[in-house]
Structure formats: C-alpha cells, structure tokens
Design a binder for this molecule. Structure first.
Ligand SMILES: NC(=O)c1ccc[n+]([C@@H]2O[C@H](COP(=O)([O-])OP(=O)(O)OC[C@H]3O[C@@H](n4cnc5c(N)ncnc54)[C@H](O)[C@@H]3O)[C@@H](O)[C@H]2O)c1
Length: 254
C-alpha cells in the first residue's frame, strides 16, 4: 500500500515508534488519527501532524470503537489501522510474573488487535480493501528470557495476525505483523541497560524504523522485519532441533 492520501490510525502514537510513524506517515501524504493513553502526548502529536486525536486506553474495546468512529466522522473511512501500542513489563528473569503483568500484557498485546479488527473489518471487507498492521516484536519469533508475559503475548500477537491474514487476505484486507528488534525509545531505555550494552548499541532510531516500516507497507509482506535480523534463520534452527534451541537459550536465565 502506498500511504499517500490514505487514512491511517496509529495507536500508541503519543511517544516512541508510534509518534515517529505518525510523523513519517504524514510526510508520505497520509492523514493520521492519533491515539494514546497519555492525553497531553496525544493532543501534542495530533496538533503536530495536523490530524485528529483521541486519548484513551486501547485495552478497552469502547476506546477502540470511539477512535474508529472519530476517524470515519473526520475522514469518511479507515485504510490502515496500525495497532502499535505496547508495554514492556518488568524484567523478572526466571519468574512467572504476577497476574497483573499477564492481564495487562494480554489485553494490550493481543486483545487490542482483536478490538481493532472488529472495529474496521466490516467496512474493509465491504470495500474489499484495507490494511491491518499489528506490532509484535522480534520476541514473537524468538524469546525474551527475562519477561514471561511479554514473550508469550507477543507470540500471541503474531499468531493472531496469521489467523487474520488467512481469513481476510482473500477478502482484500492485507495483514502484516511488524516484528522489530531493539528501537531507541522510552520503552527500551526503561530496561535500564547501560548505553554500551550490545542491545542498546544495535537499536535503530525511530526514524530508521519508520523507513523500514514504510517500505514494508509498500511491499505488503506478512512479516515486516529489520534488515539482517537473522530471525528467520533462528526459526529454521529452532525447527531443525527444538531441544538444542532450548538448551542454547536456557543459560541466559541464570
Ligand atoms: N522499543 C523497543 O525496543 C521495541 C522492540 C520490539 C517491539 N516493540 C513494540 O513496539 C511498540 C511501540 O513501543 P515503543 O518502543 O514505541 O514504546 P513507548 O513506550 O515509547 O511508546 C508506547 C506508547 O503506547 C502508549 N500506550 C501504552 N499503553 C497504552 C494503552 N493501554 N492504551 C493506549 N496507549 C497506550 C504509551 O503511552 C506510549 O505513548 C510496542 O508494541 C512494543 O512492544 C518495542
């Protein structure tokens, strides 16, 4: 999909990658609807990109429906829904984490994508055209040993995207799952890693990530990955010998 003249909703666009995408999509000629749980950040970004914004919690289906209604009332339709908001959760190596971590991660990383699909699929399938783009993570194709809830729910986001693609690509709705590696945002910094840590060193800037994403949307591939991510090679290794793959990652927990 080319973004020029498209109506795009970006969740979590008050900060981080969502904000970088809102700017870049606007520069590509799209009209952007901003939404974020932080009202000030949401209003500031909507003003900056000359779009409209609605602050709210997208783990609540009513918020997602209200954002979709705002987009339709303002621009008449939604071409692309970019379901991007996420939360890193605590680093708790070897811990199964408490229910509050699981509940939030499930609602934010899986149900918000379900709510988005419910909100826009009727109009997109009626038109035979539209695009659902869900942010998961490189973690969805590998794992993050210090965060159980994040790892499992990002796998869920990928699996849900596969399911949506199977059912709705034949009806004209493209579905992509964005599985980025480290990105230099507030979320990555919240991990408390030193600047010289390899993960921080390899992190892409939000602007670099926006470029990857725009090219990925143009190609409409199901998986949108960082260049040379090595993730698909890692999957082949896992499929080739599951036990060896688990053994190779296990020491990182201790
Ligand atoms: N930063 C990374 O290294 C990295 C790597 C892989 C995947 N991701 C994923 O990329 C996405 C964006 O992450 P980021 O790095 O830009 O994070 P960020 O924390 O900088 O931005 C996330 C935005 O989402 C908003 N948000 C959080 N919960 C919300 C809710 N319930 N309702 C509405 N908005 C909410 C926040 O207010 C914030 O503006 C997330 O899904 C994250 O899991 C990030």
């Amino acid at each position: 999909m080319l973004l020029k003249d498209k109506i795009v909703v970006v969740t979590g666009s008050g900060n981080g990658i969502g904000a970088a995408f809102a700017r870049r999509f606007t520069a590509e000629g799209a009209k952007v609807v901003v939404t974020d749980i932080e009202p000030d950040a949401c209003a500031a970004m909507a003003k900056e990109v000359g779009g409209v914004g609605l602050a709210g919690d997208i783990t609540q289906e009513a918020t997602v429906q209200a954002v979709a209604e705002l987009a339709r009332k303002t621009y008449g339709r939604i071409d692309l829904w970019f379901s991007n908001a996420g939360h890193s959760g605590l680093r708790q190596p070897g811990e199964l984490q408490d229910d509050s971590q699981w509940d939030l991660a499930w609602r934010l990383h899986v149900m918000s994508h379900v709510y988005a699909a419910r909100a826009v699929l009727p109009e997109m399938t009626a038109r035979g055209d539209g695009y659902l783009l869900n942010t998961a993570s490189s973690v969805a194709l590998s794992l993050q040993v210090e965060k159980a809830a994040y790892t499992v729910t990002k796998h869920g986001a990928l699996s849900l995207s596969e399911w949506l693609s199977l059912h709705y690509r034949p009806k004209g709705v493209r579905v992509s799952c964005f599985c980025p590696g480290p990105m230099m945002t507030r979320m990555l910094r919240s991990n408390g890693l030193p600047e010289d840590h390899p993960v921080m060193q390899m992190a892409l800037t939000p602007e670099q990530v926006a470029e990857v994403l725009v090219r990925g949307i143009e190609k409409e591939d199901f998986l949108i990955l960082f260049p040379n991510s090595g993730l698909l090679e890692g999957l082949k290794e896992k499929a080739g010998d599951y036990d060896a793959w688990i053994a190779r990652h296990a020491p990182a927990v201790s």
